[in-house]
Every structure is written in C-alpha cells, then in structure tokens.
Write a protein that binds this ligand. Structure first.
Ligand code: GP9
Ligand code: MN
Length: 660
C-alpha cells in the first residue's frame, strides 16, 4: 500500500484526505447532536467522511502534477469552510445549512446576521489547522522537488479514476448499511440530523442541492394561467356550508391533536376485558362530540407530517417523499395564515426536535407564529422515549405555554408515545399489553391506552383553565400504526381474515370534533384527512370557496363520500378499490367495476392530479384568496432565543397598549 501510494505520488493526497476525515468525525462528536443510538450508527459516523473526502479531493488529481498540491489545498479549504459554516449555523439553529437558506441569506441577512461572529470561538481555529499543515507540507515538498532531479511519472487520470471508484464503492457500502439501519432513509429523508448521521455532512449538502434543483425545475415552467384550471375544478366541486353548523365556532380557539398511529379499531375495543381507550370511547358516545367512524388516513411516505399537511392545507401530500421536506419553500394558504385575518395566533407543540420532517421550514411557509419544539420541554430520560417526550409530560408542560398564547389561537399538538415499536416503560401506565403472539401488536394497546390517559389529563386541564368552553378540539389518528407485516396477529384482534379489502378498511383512523355548544354525535360519512381543514373553516365561518383545497366540509349536505388514498386506491360509500381490484363494501367481495365505481376512480385520479399540480408546480403563488395577506417566510423563525425575544416584545406591546 505504502509503495503504491509512493509510486503514484499520492502521499500528499492521502494525508489531506485523512486529515479531513478525522477532523469531520471530530466535529460530528463535538458540535452536533446527532442522536447516535447503536454501534452501527457510530461506525457509519466514523466511516462516512471517507467517501466524500476521497471523492471531492480526488478532483485535484485531474490537475497537472505540479498543480495538484495547490488544488488539493483549495478543495480542502472549501470543504473545511462548508463544515465550519455548518458548525456555526448549528450552534444557533440546531440545524444544518440547506440551499434555500443560503439563497435567502441575501434577503434577510442570513438570519444569523451579526450574531454569526458571537457564535465563533477562538478554539475554532482547529477547524482550519489541517489546511495550514497542508500548506506548510506543500511548500516543503516544492523546495525538496527543486533540489532533487528525480520526477515520478504518474498517469493522473488513472489515479483520479482509482480514487473515484474507491470513494463510490465506500459510499455504496455506507448507503446500504444506512438503509439497513434506517429503511427509506433517502426516499423519506426524515430529518437533516439523520442524513448527516448516516451519510455525512458533505454528502448531505449534495443530496440537498439535488433535491432543490429537482423541486425548482418542476415549478419553473408553471405560470399564472395554470392556476385557472385547478381553480375552476376545485370550486365546482367544493361542498356548500351547512347552515346548521356554519360559523358556529366563530372566534373560538382551535386545538388540533394528532393521535400518533391511532387506528379506529381500538375505539370500543377491549383487551383482557378492559377498554383500550376509555376516554376517547366516552367522547364517541357522549353526543356532545362529533365522532367520525368512517374516516380514513390519506398519508404517504411523510406519515405524521403528511397528515399535518392535510390538516393545515386541505391538500394531498405527495405520492413520493414527504411534502414537508420537498416542498417547504412553496407558497401556501394554510390555516395559520388564513386565520390571521381574524387575528388568530398560531402555534404548534411537539416534543421532538424542530428539524424532524423539516417542520421548522414548512411552518414558515404556513405562517405559524410559534413552534414549541423539544427545546421548550424537559427532555429528561424518564419522560422521553424513541422520538421524544412522552404524552403526559408533553401535555402537562404545554399547558402554561398554551395559556400564554394570545387568543383566539389556532394550535396543533403532535403526540408521540404511541409510535412504533409501541409499548411504554414501567410506571407510565398500568395497562397490560395484549396477548396476540406479536409484541408489536401487543404493545400497541399499551401505548394507545397511555395516549388515551394523556388526552383525558389534557382535557381535564383545559377544563380547569377555562379554555375548554371556548375552544374547538379536533383529534385525529395520523396514520396506521400496525403495518401489514403484523396481519397474522391482527386477524386475531379483528377476528377476521385480512385480505386486500380488509386491509383498506383498517386504514380508518378516528376523528373527533368537539365544538362548545354544538350537539355532536356519530357521523358515518366516508371521509378523509383532506376534509378536516374545510370542515373547520366552515365551523369558523369562513367559506372554503375562497381557497384552493382538495377536501370538502364533511358536515355539508352535499359532501361526496369518496376517499382517495395517496397511491390511487380509494374507499367510497359503496366501493373499495385496491390495485386493479374493486370490492363491494356491502359484501367485501371482489366485483366487476360498476359504472359508478369506474366514475369514482376517474374522480379520484383527477382529485390527486389537481392537488399534485398545485403542490409540485407551486401554483398557490399565483393565487390570492380574498382578505389573505401573503406569508413572508422571513418573518418567522423558530429558534428558541428568537421566539423568547418575540414573547417578551409581544408582552411589552400588550402592556403598552393596555396603558393607553
Ligand atoms: C416525529 C413524529 C413521528 O416528529 O412526528 O413521525 P412519524 O414517524 O410517525 O411520521
Ligand atoms: Mn405519526
């Protein structure tokens, strides 16, 4: 190996690559909170800078021999600079730099502004020390070469190819190992921290750049006339408000709760003779709350975030990848923005890092005033599990923040405890897991019960605080929790054989809407997550005809009971379609498609197409609803320090206005 390196004159290159590799690894350990949870992840963290170091520095080998050291130094410096820029950015934002943040830097002073300097430390010189070492080495080499007469004949393209192939090979092995530990890492992307943890800071930058170029090219060709078609279609298909409910919640606060992975089969279900969700069951039967028992999730790969997207925009998420990650820079007319004209303050509460699902970027486009993420909560060991804070402490600690919000507010709470692989720690709940011969299914009942207890606790606190009487509460299961892999145990749970038809029926998630002073009851209409935003808007007295939404008001008399799934399958009042097969809901048997069923299929296609056109081409930038003030992304920042400043300045505003 040694002679090989010497023969090719690659010594300087190898030193540069090793220095960059070790420095990057050190930075990972010292500067970023990447949440390493097993040995494989740690190995990947150690290994991942190798491929990018080789790959990028490798381009220097295309230069003439005498220029190679200089080229290596320049590339090394730029990579060090990128790493350091990420370090400084992370110190403030707890996030990595993305292309859109760089693009916006010009218009908003990079958000960091002058504070960038205050985030630098003298010890940071370490991050450039190796570049200096390389310069010294290069100068020495030059001198030595001048005194010696021997020159090594090297074929530069051969060296380049060799380095390139090795870096790609290492990268592929790295990627395979990453996908084993975290399936669908690239297609779903999850969180920038994850991408850096598994693939490295440099590869992340490349990945981010590719994603952005892809996304921008989709929107580049669209123009304002494209919006007319979708506008005509959506307006012709929107459902009229039901006078019995229209405006019945005008001016009230809104609390929307995402019930993690909660499927509808748990409602009224008993394990060992005990109700799994006694509190939610009581709401399902109290006639004061609307309970929708034929309500389906419509999420794709973006899971929780896809559900949030539908709740806030009434549009479908993407068929591939998470819309929160791929389309966060779009223009949206989402509920936080829409409700601003009625002086609503908006806030999301979630006991996980704000970068997960790119929420901190998407919420800027939605116009969320506040985002209370894990930085606001006590994330101690006992109160946390997998993704973050357990639901009981989450709701408890959220109460004072919620009570401090200026009313009326629109707020969203994202629970976490009932997340795969489910189950709770000892002492969290006394509910025993089920006994269906599959630990995932068994434990599901335990964490679902815990979630139910947490909701009850939250309702009690809302009542105590007085908020309950003036607040619409919406609760929805965000997506399925038990995948098809567990159908054997699920057959024991449901007592029936589970085929394609039954599987589709299992995509039901519960939806509850409580409106103070409005009589509720069970609603059996077939509906889905895109329909919640329009339903809520009508309750608040805002006609959805003003907005471009795919969903429609479930409480409307002309609501069409047709629920597209993100993959093009659907469930309607009468039919279910899975793949190429149609089923009758009455019998559950496969049927030849009737004219009505085929028509529904066409409508589903059109609905998804229309929504996708709006989202992928960013068409809402050409549309301005009546009374809607466009959202300026730069007005929003969810860094805790910035939000705290906002809190104190808004408190000042209030005291100065009250003293007038
Ligand atoms: C993470 C939480 C869980 O913040 O929303 O996401 P999921 O895996 O359910 O999409
Ligand atoms: Mn979820």
């Amino acid at each position: 190996m040694k002679t090989f390196i010497q023969k090719r004159g690659l010594g300087f290159f190898v030193i540069a690559a090793i220095l960059l590799w070790l420095k990057t690894y050190t930075a990972y350990l010292i500067e970023f909170k990447l949440g390493i949870s097993n040995v494989l992840q740690h190995i990947l963290l150690f290994v991942n800078p190798i491929s990018s170091s080789l790959f990028f520095l490798g381009f220097a080998l295309l230069f003439k021999k005498k220029w190679q050291p200089a080229a290596i130094i320049v590339i090394h410096f730029f990579m060090s600079f990128l790493l350091y820029a990420n370090i400084v950015y992370y110190r403030f934002f707890n996030d990595f730099i993305t292309l859109p943040t760089v693009m916006q830097a010009g218009t908003n002073g990079g958000q960091l502004g002058d504070s960038a300097f205050s985030l630098m430390r003298w010890t940071d010189m370490f991050y450039f020390l190796d570049t200096i070492i390389l310069i010294v080495l290069a100068v020495r080499m030059k001198r030595q070469q001048q005194t010696s007469t021997a020159t090594v004949p090297v074929q530069k393209t051969k060296s380049f190819r060799l380095v390139l192939v090795s870096s790609v090979l290492i990268f592929v092995v790295n990627l395979i190992a990453a996908e084993i530990d975290r399936p669908e890492l690239l297609s779903r992307s999850f969180d920038r921290n994850y991408l850096v943890k598994y693939l490295g800071a440099y590869n992340f930058t490349v990945f981010d750049a590719i994603q952005n170029v892809k996304s921008n090219s989709q929107r580049a060709l669209a123009n304002s006339s494209d919006v007319t078609d979708v506008e005509n279609y959506l307006k012709a298909n929107s459902a009229d408000p039901n006078p019995a409910y229209y405006g019945k919640a005008k001016g009230m606060n809104v609390i929307t709760i995402s019930l993690e992975s909660l499927q509808n089969f748990v409602i009224d279900y008993k394990v060992n003779g005990k109700e799994v969700t006694p509190f939610l069951n009581s709401l399902a039967h109290d006639n004061k709350t609307f309970y929708f028992d034929n309500f389906f999730h419509q999420t794709g790969q973006g899971k929780t975030s896809d559900a949030e997207f539908m709740m806030d925009t009434g549009l479908f998420p993407l068929s591939q990848g998470s819309v929160f990650i791929n389309k966060a820079q779009n223009t949206y007319q989402a509920l936080p923005g829409i409700l601003k004209k009625d002086q609503y303050t908006s806030a999301e509460f979630h006991g996980n890092t704000k970068t997960f699902w790119n929420r901190n970027e998407m919420f800027k486009s939605f116009g969320y005033d506040r985002f209370y993420d894990s930085e606001y909560y006590d994330m101690n060991e006992q109160d946390t599990k997998n993704y973050g804070l357990k639901d009981k402490p989450f709701f408890k600690e959220s109460m004072p923040m919620l009570e401090n919000l200026k009313q009326p507010f629109y707020s969203k709470f994202i629970t976490l405890s009932n997340h795969f692989p489910f189950g709770m720690d000892e002492g969290d709940t006394d509910f025993e897991p089920g006994d269906f011969g599959d630990s995932v299914v068994d434990n599901y009942f335990q964490s679902a019960h815990y979630l139910d207890e947490a909701i009850e606790q939250f309702f009690n606190d809302l009542k105590k605080s007085g908020l309950y009487d003036n607040t619409v509460v919406i609760m929805y299961g965000d997506h399925y929790g038990i995948s098809e892999n567990h159908n054997e145990a699920m057959e024991k749970v449901t007592g029936e054989k589970i085929g394609d038809y039954e599987n589709a029926q299992l995509m039901r998630v519960p939806l509850f809407i409580h409106v103070p002073g409005v009589k509720g009851g069970q609603i059996h209409k077939y509906s889905g997550e895109v329909d919640v935003a329009p339903t809520l808007l009508h309750l608040l007295g805002d006609d959805t005809k003003n907005y471009l939404m795919s969903g429609s008001d479930i409480l409307s008399k002309n609501f069409k009971e047709l629920v597209p799934f993100r993959n093009g399958d659907f469930v309607s009042k009468d039919y279910t379609k899975v793949g190429n097969n149609y089923y009758s809901n009455k019998t559950g048997e496969k049927i030849e498609p009737t004219e009505k069923a085929s028509q529904e299929n066409e409508t589903v296609k059109k609905m998804l197409e229309t929504s996708d056109k709006i989202v992928t081409e960013d068409l809402l930038r050409f549309y301005k609803p009546k009374g809607f003030t466009p959202i300026e992304r730069n007005d929003y920042d969810y860094t805790k320090k910035v939000q705290d400043e906002k809190d104190s300045s808004s408190a000042k505003d209030e005291s100065s206005s009250s003293s007038k």
